[in-house]
Design a protein. Structure first.
Length: 59
């Protein structure tokens, strides 16, 4: 829940800066949001599947 509120806060702050003509600051805020979002959760590629998984077969 906190992450949703943080995203909204950042988005509204960027919109306020953009309304006042501070487009570069708005872009920086939104790019920081993207960088934070990428590191929030681990990638599926980071996890390793066990190589000795059993194989189910129908005879």
């Amino acid at each position: 829940m906190k992450s949703i509120f943080k995203k909204l806060e950042t988005t509204f702050a960027a919109a306020a800066f953009a309304e006042e003509g501070e487009f570069e600051i708005a872009r920086q805020l939104m790019s920081e949001e993207k960088q934070i979002r990428k590191t929030d959760r681990p990638s599926l590629r980071d996890t390793q599947r066990p190589s000795n998984r059993p194989t189910l077969r129908v005879d």
